[in-house]
Design a protein around this ligand. Structure first.
Ligand code: ASP
Length: 721
């Protein structure tokens, strides 16, 4: 019988011998390429060594790749710190620099010299300097007798020390991440640059061409890129923004191939995929496809419809909400594709079948029975408990966090707590007050009350309908007693009373923050409602985290079992926002009977999609002109201008902006999306259906050179013909 407390550590994963199941599926750790993948990669066409990709001794490809912000990838394309990523990764920055008068979102932005580049406070890029398998060190002191809480204590202590040692005497940062649910641990040492300036972005009619209609869809014609430049101090080290900083000189930047692409060419992607869940059991997958995702889709649909209606009414609102809307709709659409895809591949049935095989394997041996005998049952028990709170947990993010004025309430709550905390010095409080003022400044600049008002009214109602009374905030009782169960009336009342949505009132309130202000805030119904939600849902979050912790523990055992069951298979670790290399080929696919999607698109397709007056498909005049003249310079081929292509690289969210490289490690494209039929790849990869969507780098150069007239940027790059 396996129990949580008494269980001994089941040891490390087995040393795995090499037999890859598929050349396409998998997100591999750069450090392990030499041992696990390089032969296969070379057999598939790669003309580089593992050291060319990852090395601590010489400049290598990973030196040219960064984590861009908190969730995208970018790559260096010149020796002067020039970096390319997706337009959708730079979008929030482009938006922050945009106004109705200087609308860079609509018109694009091009710095014509360094002094015109725009700083972006808070934006960071992160270089991976080295990584190390530290499993042994992390588990030092853990024995077969160690119970779980003790294991946790030892592991935490060991990790603290390893992290501290790893960066001692440097300006680096260290992070340790568990892999295979804690069967392995890796250390990552990073260098973070903080002065990153906007250099260029095409107009949204190119950078977001097709908008949400085409998002996650192939065939695609989006010029999804933006350019930034990393700056350093005079010694090439990270530094806060200063006009005296100089362009960063990277250890390595990527040469750009103009040789073009062919079907079946080898391709490789290096980047930071966020999360994948290949090992989920049927029970957990069922929770996701039956409960969690459908509810999230429902809530987002409501939100998006309201946002869209309001955005269509005014250009100013359109600018303010472009980036917010994109964030909401991006996952929404992915989830719909994912549910379809999982159903089409019969994911749940595959999981049931696999679990049956696993149990048969376990039950045919006494030792296995002892180690893994009831592991799937244990997982199922936890999973059932999760099922009872999963919706409340999801609604915390999808509803409570979707109400914009709750952001103000949340910040204000911290401020009130500090005010009442006698251990906080007046100076420290003043600092917090100043940062609250800064926060509200930015908040109201990008706030449109009618959207929030309507979203609030609708989502409160959904929340009340879908969740049991255990999860309802107390103030909802008023809806019954005072407002005759009408959430519309309740919302009108609350929004009329709260000052959280009113910039001027908030300004006045925090002008002089004193007892009176605190009293007033604590009576504000918006604040009260947020606080009640927050208390209630913090409990849910806590309970959820406990269950996940327990689940992680059971998965550690389960995966250990799976690896024991297939000793000859190499399992790639799930994505966890650490750097990965993935490889595949340029390939078409058939989404359904009698339909085959070709592997590339051209500018002709942009013109075919153009719809006068339809926002998603506006084509800039200059682009039309270049198309009519066929003025493609050296970037076109055979009278056509390539735009996008697809390949079978296993990618995920976070791979946006990742370099797509040819067999020689030259840049051929920028990864920006996946096809709709393949969005289930985070849970189950299907080599027939899963494709990553890539912006052809020749289209990027064409836009920079011919459309923007910023050819001086191309002079910085190294082009390979
Ligand atoms: N479009 C995705 C992103 O925003 C990339 C992907 O999921 O394939 O990160």
């Amino acid at each position: 019988m396996i129990t949580f407390r008494g269980l001994f550590t089941l040891g490390l994963i087995y040393i795995l011998t090499l037999h890859l199941s598929s050349a396409k599926e998998g997100m591999w750790l750069p450090l392990l390429l030499e041992r696990l993948n390089i032969e296969d990669m070379q057999e598939n066409g790669l003309r580089l060594s593992a050291e060319d990709i990852y090395s601590v001794n010489q400049a290598c490809l990973i030196d040219a790749v960064v984590l861009f912000g908190g969730g995208c990838t970018g790559e260096l394309i010149s020796d002067k710190g020039l970096l390319i990523t997706n337009h959708h990764c730079g979008l929030s920055r482009i938006q922050l620099h945009s106004t109705v008068e200087k609308d860079y979102l609509t018109d694009g932005f091009w710095a014509m010299n360094r002094s015109q580049e725009l700083p972006n406070p808070g934006l960071e890029v992160t270089f991976l300097r080295r990584m190390e398998d530290i499993t042994q060190k992390v588990l030092q002191g853990v024995t077969i007798e160690t119970d779980e809480p003790e294991r946790y204590r030892i592991v935490t202590e060991n990790m603290d020390k390893i992290r501290a040692d790893a960066i001692d005497g440097t300006n680096y940062e260290a992070e340790i991440k568990p892999f295979y649910y804690g069967n392995q641990y890796f250390l990552f040492v990073y260098e973070v640059y903080k002065d990153v300036r906007l250099v260029g972005a095409p107009p949204s009619s190119i950078g977001k061409f097709g908008w949400d209609t085409d998002n996650w869809i192939w065939p695609r014609h989006t010029g999804d890129f933006s350019l930034f430049r990393i700056y350093s101090d005079e010694n090439n080290n990270p530094a806060d923004y200063s006009p005296d900083n100089i362009p960063y000189k990277p250890r390595k930047y990527l040469p750009i191939s103009l040789k073009g692409i062919q079907e079946n060419d080898f391709t490789m992607v290096i980047g930071y995929p966020g999360s994948t869940y290949q090992f989920l059991t049927s029970c957990d997958l069922r929770n996701i496809v039956h409960t969690s995702v459908p509810s999230k889709i429902k809530v987002r649909t409501i939100r998006m419809n309201i946002m869209q209606e309001e955005m269509m009414k005014s250009n100013e609102v359109m600018i303010k909400y472009a980036s917010k809307y994109s964030r909401v709709t991006n996952s929404w659409k992915k989830w719909i594709g994912m549910l379809n895809g999982l159903e089409k591949v019969g994911a749940l049935n595959k999981k049931y079948a696999f679990e049956k095989t696993f149990n048969e394997w376990v039950n045919s041996d006494e030792e296995r029975k002892r180690k893994y005998g009831n592991i799937l049952d244990e997982i199922e028990l936890v999973c059932d408990e999760i099922d009872s709170i999963i919706l409340a947990n999801d609604y915390y993010s999808e509803i409570v966090m979707a109400i914009e004025f709750f952001d103000v309430a949340s910040e204000l709550r911290e401020l009130v707590e500090e005010y009442e905390d006698e251990t906080v010095s007046p100076d420290d409080f003043q600092k917090s007050l100043n940062s609250f003022r800064n926060f509200t400044g930015g908040f109201y600049n990008n706030y449109h009350e009618p959207i929030d008002r309507r979203v609030f009214a609708r989502l409160m109602e959904v929340y009340a309908q879908d969740l049991s009374v255990d999860f309802q905030p107390e103030i909802f009782q008023k809806v019954n007693t005072k407002f005759n169960r009408d959430f519309g009336l309740f919302s009108d009342w609350l929004l009329q009373k709260t000052i959280l949505t009113d910039e001027q009132e908030m300004k006045q309130l925090v002008e002089e923050f004193d007892k009176k202000s605190v009293k007033r805030i604590k009576k504000d119904p918006g604040y009260v409602l947020f606080s009640q939600f927050d208390d209630l849902l913090q409990e849910v979050r806590f309970a959820y985290a406990q269950l996940e912790y327990l689940l992680d523990f059971y998965y550690r055992i389960y995966i250990n079992g799976i690896m024991e069951m297939y000793p000859d298979r190499v399992f790639y670790p799930d994505a966890n926002l650490t750097m990965r290399v993935t490889y595949g080929r340029i390939e078409d696919y058939s989404p359904r009977d009698a339909v085959i999607y070709d592997f590339y698109t051209t500018l002709g397709g942009v013109m075919e999609k153009e719809r006068e007056g339809v926002y998603d498909y506006i084509v800039p005049d200059r682009l039309k002109e270049l198309y009519q003249l066929k003025d493609y310079g050296s970037y076109g081929t055979g009278g056509e201008m390539p735009v996008c292509f697809i390949a079978s690289n296993h990618t995920s969210g976070g791979n946006s902006g990742s370099p797509v490289l040819n067999a020689d490690g030259q840049l051929i494209g920028i990864n920006f999306d996946r096809n709709w039929e393949g969005t289930m790849s985070d849970y189950m990869y299907d080599p027939d259906q899963c494709r990553n969507i890539i912006l052809d780098v020749r289209y990027v150069l064409f836009i920079i050179d011919k459309l923007a007239g910023a050819g001086y940027l191309i002079d910085e790059m190294t082009l390979v013909y």
